[in-house]
Write a protein that binds this ligand. Structure first.
Ligand SMILES: Nc1ncnc2c1ncn2[C@@H]1O[C@H](COP(=O)(O)OP(=O)(O)OP(=O)(O)O)[C@@H](O)[C@H]1O
Length: 306
């Protein structure tokens, strides 16, 4: 954690009364990187973001954002940040176009609001009042508002929640453009494919603490191939194969469909195929699958409920 980091969180504790929402979290977001914060409902993601945005003071620990204190240096920091809140929080009687224009007027060098309305499919509803926008349209407007001031650092709280497929892809494209322009992004999401696609770094929170952290590749790579499916003659002695592979379970899921699950290292494939050959069995297909971020996430957060 150093000057190259846009966000540095150390031993952060956030309490609501007697309830500890965040119980000692440390993380860093490198400048120009996209960090995705994952975690079950109530894990503390929004609370952590609110502290980084300067809307809430830490109960313990420290937070530095672009080298500044987000509460004490709030005024200096705000023009450099783009903030997309989870729930609208906009002026209900103003139109989408007026709201975007208002936020553009706060910025020294705003983006072209017409371009943003077009990119986010909001041109059609530019004259519609905020309260009449659909949930997905409100969400798209919140994203436009976060980006209009050309921020150096963007906080996106569940940016694509409630968006349709097209808007979601547009949002992903915008985040990729931000990253290409050197903008730092800290986002929360419940979508594992979103995190896998966008994030350089993933932090998985569980009940207020960090359960795992790494690049999507690091988090999914740990055990090499994790699932091997072999189609061959039915009725082979699976127990004999399992006994030859340490920690691997072998089942005949349906007649002639064998599933091997566990830490299958690279030499395992050859050994498995040799075993089938030694049984005199005809192998007709072999399929391997790596763990996805979803597999890792589910294993880490299983049973977390608050
Ligand atoms: N203003 C508040 N007053 C009291 N408790 C709160 C407040 N805000 C959040 N909490 C509690 O703190 C915990 C963490 O909430 P937070 O919103 O940070 O979680 P989250 O990870 O963002 O969840 P989600 O995925 O549901 O958005 C939850 O148990 C929540 O009920």
């Amino acid at each position: 954690m150093g000057d190259e980091d846009a966000v540095v969180v150390r031993d952060l504790v956030i309490r609501y009364g007697t309830r500890t929402a965040v119980g000692g979290v440390s993380l860093a977001v490198a400048r120009g990187a996209v960090l995705a914060l994952l975690g079950n409902n109530g894990a503390g993601k929004t609370s952590l973001l609110q502290v980084c945005e300067g809307f809430r003071s830490p109960d313990a620990g420290t937070v530095r954002v672009l080298g500044l204190d987000p509460v004490a240096d709030h005024d200096a920091l705000m023009p450099r940040l783009g903030i997309m809140l989870q729930s609208g929080g906009m002026y209900p009687w103003a139109t989408a176009g007026e709201i975007l224009q208002l936020f553009a007027s706060f910025a020294a060098r705003p983006l072209d609001t017409g371009m943003l309305l077009d990119r986010l499919g909001l041109r059609r509803v530019a004259r519609t009042t905020f309260r009449r926008l659909s949930g997905g349209e409100q969400q798209r407007l919140a994203l436009a508002v976060a980006l209009v001031g050309r921020p150096e650092l963007v906080f996106l709280d569940e940016p694509t929640a409630g968006m349709d497929t097209e808007a979601r892809h547009t949002t992903w494209g915008l985040v990729e453009e931000l990253r290409a322009d050197g903008v730092t992004v800290l986002l929360t999401t419940h979508l594992l494919d979103e995190a896998e696609r966008l994030a350089d770094h993933v932090v998985i929170m569980r009940s207020g603490v960090v359960a795992a952290t790494g690049t999507p590749a690091e988090l999914t790579a740990a055990a090499g191939i994790d699932l091997l499916q072999v189609r061959a003659d039915p009725g082979l002695p699976v127990g004999d194969l399992a006994a030859r592979l340490d920690g691997v379970t072998v089942t005949e899921a349906s007649p002639g469909e064998y599933a091997l699950a566990g830490p299958l290292h690279t030499d395992a494939l050859a050994r498995v195929l040799a075993w089938f050959a030694a049984q005199g069995a005809q192998v007709t297909s072999v399929d391997t699958r790596r763990r996805t971020l979803e597999d890792v996430y589910l294993a880490l957060t299983a049973g977390a409920s608050r």
